[in-house]
Design a protein. Structure first.
Length: 254
């Protein structure tokens, strides 16, 4: 366990030194600030615009960090050949994967908390109400980021950075369209299309289950039982992906 914590802390420090995180964080803060300007230029409800745009900014930047930093957790070590030095130490490959994942998880947590603080300050300045639904949406966004990070890390254990990014983005997009996939499978008369769509429906994570930004912007909360079930689903799916990543990395030759 100590080795996992050491790797996680080193990964966290490396991520903090990465300038792209500061650029993305600055971009998120700009989006949150831009929501105020956009609200002033529209005739719609100002508070709803600010609330919706802020949540979307947190989600967007978090996903970008999860994907493009996540795919580099393993591939970057392999390209730099530092993985040979790490593997020569008394550290198992499973500990290496877990440490990398926890390091990025800490990074995401810090970034989400900073964006949340600015977001809440923006709402306070604009006198927009802070509903319980907002905190529910933020929690589910973070669970989604953990799942996307696990996807990126899994693909990076056996593929190149470019392919890992493409596959992770593909699964992310499909994950938000799983309901449509099921509808297509039910309405299509081709057995091949039905089989493919049904397979994708059950294989890909249902990320739309973790999306309640629309309800939060309207101030509509969900039942705690649903939030607990959705969070458990996302965390379990992420745990399965990390387990698969450990298994694949364990068999990889260097």
């Amino acid at each position: 366990m100590r080795q996992v914590v050491v790797i996680a802390l080193n990964t966290f420090r490396e991520n903090l030194r990465d300038k792209i995180l500061y650029n993305l964080l600055f971009f998120a803060l700009l989006l949150i600030g831009f929501s105020v300007l956009l609200a002033d230029l529209t005739i719609m409800e100002h508070q709803k615009i600010v609330t919706d745009m802020g949540l979307a900014a947190i989600n967007l930047v978090g996903v970008i960090i999860a994907i493009f930093v996540g795919i580099g957790l393993v591939s970057k070590e392999i390209e730099r050949r530092t993985v040979y030095t790490i593997m020569a130490r008394p550290i198992s490959r499973t500990q290496f994967i877990l440490g990398k994942y926890l390091g990025l998880m800490f990074t995401l947590l810090v970034n989400v908390l900073i964006m949340l603080a600015v977001y809440l300050a923006t709402l306070a300045v604009y006198r927009a109400p802070v509903h319980w639904a907002l905190l529910q949406a933020i929690e589910l966004i973070f669970v989604e980021l953990l799942l996307v990070t696990a996807l990126a890390l899994f693909f990076s254990t056996f593929s190149t950075s470019t392919l890992s990014a493409i596959m992770t983005l593909g699964f992310y997009v499909i994950g938000h369209l799983t309901t449509d996939l099921k509808g297509i499978a039910q309405k299509n008369h081709s057995e091949a299309v039905q089989a493919v769509m049904t397979g994708l429906y059950y294989l890909c994570p249902n990320l739309e289950m973790l999306n309640m930004k629309g309800q939060a912007a309207m101030g509509t909360s969900v039942a705690l039982s649903y939030q607990a079930w959705a969070s458990a689903y996302g965390l379990l799916y992420a745990a399965l992906l990390i387990s698969a990543a450990c298994a694949v990395f364990q068999r990889r030759d260097f």
